[in-house]
Design a protein around this ligand. Structure first.
Ligand SMILES: O=P(O)(O)OC[C@H]1O[C@](O)(CO)[C@@H](O)[C@@H]1O
Length: 554
């Protein structure tokens, strides 16, 4: 693997890159609408299905040539070899000399998966069995609080990858809840988040899961200490900590030191990246909410997408296609933003989840060997539940000056209670992708206003404001329903899409050094915030902020 690492080509100098630049120059002048007219089969040629997902990517500014050039670039960047490095447990996380073997967590095929020459499946299966035993005992009411009362609430304390996936999936799979245990999540260090949650729970019937791969993250450790102190104050019994606190971490010693007893310590491993850890014991809150059967159904979905990614030809490989489309817009059509728009409120935390997955992975400015890149990398990802976003930022998507790539997601079967609502949501979803692509000409706007009886002088005034340029790209991802297997496939789709892009850009998607500097400066600044020392060495703006703070505190 060292060879292919060293040999990442200088991207912008590659003939494949140059071809794409020239091709982009031509295609910029095309209209997606016209491409449909020229090819009546376009929607069929540019759509595909996996076990549970349907992707329509025909509303992109691409032709068959674009895909050929993009796959040519992927081949030149060694995508095939890198996929094998990933799946065979090579240390693809080069700066930390670690594998990124999240696929082992959902390896439902029962085959061996190796990291550093060692089969990790026995470890994975052991933790899964421990989770199953624990969750089942809890659901049967056999695992109880220190006073013998059944558990009514679970509070997950974690942040980033130890929070976002569990929250997102617990919300997404709400209809699959198998029990009445209430779930709560504390992530933000600010003190108000933990306060708001502790106010809602009874310590004698609450379990706390302290979830942190490192078990050193300041945010999580601060909230965990506060939760433990609050708990001890409330129940007046330090021995009860062992009964009410669970841990998920790769740092066993730190869990023990915190007071978590052996049987309540769930393990992950250094080869599980935080933002790839939902299918591990980090998903314990989800498993408690929906039961192990549903949790494992989600793992099945993950596994199906892993298999698809590893084996499907690239022109029929969903993560490869989506990854390459992202590269096309980022590097050749100058679209820095990528918006994610689910038309199902239960996916409302999915954009936040993807923000970490995509931006913490591919927000990098040097290649694996440390060379500064001379091209753009990770997209700026954001999103919101589609129907709500229509009433906030869609204006910019339709008439803003900068192109944005959009992913629309929707289940065929949404709300069981109010299917007519879901029909409206779907009508909006499909209409938005049409509106983005087709736009509205001055003539169309004029005709519409004439038909509505608008006075001619007002029509002329209004026309420039009513023109929609159109030609805005989108993917639409449909699925039968938002069930556990589908969610697993969806998450794995984006994980592998991110990996594909990292290979093209030649960057390591599995580290996150960019988050460290801010943490270090926060540690250094704390005494200046608390007033224990001045911050004479800080920049003038920071000194000004501190001065304001202290003026208003005194
Ligand atoms: O699980 P941990 O070790 O507490 O880390 C939480 C999160 O913090 C980060 O390291 C970023 O600060 C993420 O990568 C990670 O998911």
């Amino acid at each position: 693997m060292a060879d292919s690492q060293a040999s990442h080509p200088s991207l912008t100098g590659l003939p494949e890159w140059q071809t794409l630049c020239a091709h982009a120059g031509l295609i910029r002048n095309e209209r997606i609408r016209d491409l449909f007219q020229a090819d009546p089969q376009r929607d069929q040629r540019l759509s595909m299905e996996t076990d549970r997902l349907f992707l329509d990517y025909s509303k992109n500014l691409i032709t068959g040539d674009t895909l050929e050039h993009l796959t040519g670039l992927a081949a030149r960047c060694g995508l095939g070899e890198w996929i094998e490095h990933l799946f065979t447990g090579e240390p693809v996380n080069s700066t930390e000399n670690r594998a990124a073997m999240h696929m082992a967590l959902r390896n439902r095929g029962n085959g061996a998966m190796y990291v550093g020459g060692r089969d990790v499946m026995p470890d994975v299966d052991r933790e899964l069995t421990r989770m199953r035993l624990f969750v089942n005992r809890l659901h049967r009411g056999e695992y109880r609080g220190c006073t013998g009362r059944v558990i009514t609430d679970v509070v997950n304390v974690g942040v980033g990858g130890s929070d976002l996936g569990a929250v997102m999936a617990t919300e997404a799979l709400a209809p699959y809840r198998t029990n009445a245990i209430r779930m709560h999540f504390v992530s933000s260090i600010d003190g108000v988040h933990v306060t708001d949650v502790l106010e809602r729970v009874n310590p004698k019937t609450t379990l706390f899961i302290i979830s942190s791969k490192s078990f050193t993250t300041l945010d999580t450790m601060t909230n965990a200490r506060t939760a433990r102190d609050w708990f001890v104050r409330q129940v007046a019994d330090t021995d009860a900590i062992g009964q009410h606190f669970l841990g998920v971490s790769s740092n066993d010693a730190a869990m023990a030191e915190y007071g978590i007893r052996e049987e309540n310590r769930f393990r992950i491993w250094d080869w599980v990246g935080g933002r790839y850890s939902l299918p591990s014991a980090v998903g314990l809150p989800l498993a408690i909410a929906v039961g192990m059967k549903n949790f494992e159904a989600m793992l099945d979905g993950f596994h199906a997408m892993d298999q698809h990614f590893r084996t499907a030809p690239w022109r029929h490989n969903m993560p490869v296609l989506m990854g390459l489309l992202g590269v096309w817009y980022t590097n050749f059509l100058g679209a820095p933003g990528h918006v994610v728009l689910p038309y199902d409120h239960r996916l409302h935390r999915f954009p936040a989840y993807l923000q970490q997955l995509e931006m913490e992975s591919n927000g990098k400015c040097v290649t694996r060997d440390g060379t500064p890149v001379d091209y753009d990398t990770g997209a700026i990802v954001w999103g919101e539940v589609g129907p709500n976003a229509q009433h906030s930022f869609y204006q910019l998507l339709h008439q803003g000056t900068r192109p944005v790539m959009a992913d629309f997601l929707a289940p065929v079967h949404g709300s069981a209670e109010y299917p007519e609502h879901h029909d409206l949501a779907l009508a909006n979803c499909f209409a938005q992708t049409r509106a983005l692509m087709e736009g509205q000409t001055a003539d169309q706007a004029r005709r519409e206003m004439e038909a509505a009886g608008v006075p001619p002088e007002r029509i002329e005034q209004a026309i420039p404001h009513k023109v929609h340029p159109g030609n805005k790209p989108s993917n639409t991802i449909l699925f039968d329903r938002l069930d556990p297997g589908t969610l697993g496939e969806l998450v794995a789709l984006y994980e592998h899409k991110v990996f594909v892009q990292s290979v093209i850009w030649g960057i390591n998607p599995f580290d996150q050094w960019g988050v460290e500097l801010g943490k270090k400066l926060a540690r250094e600044l704390l005494p200046a915030i608390t007033g224990e020392r001045d911050a004479d060495d800080a920049d003038p703006s920071t000194r000004g902020l501190l001065a304001y703070l202290h003026r208003h505190r005194s």
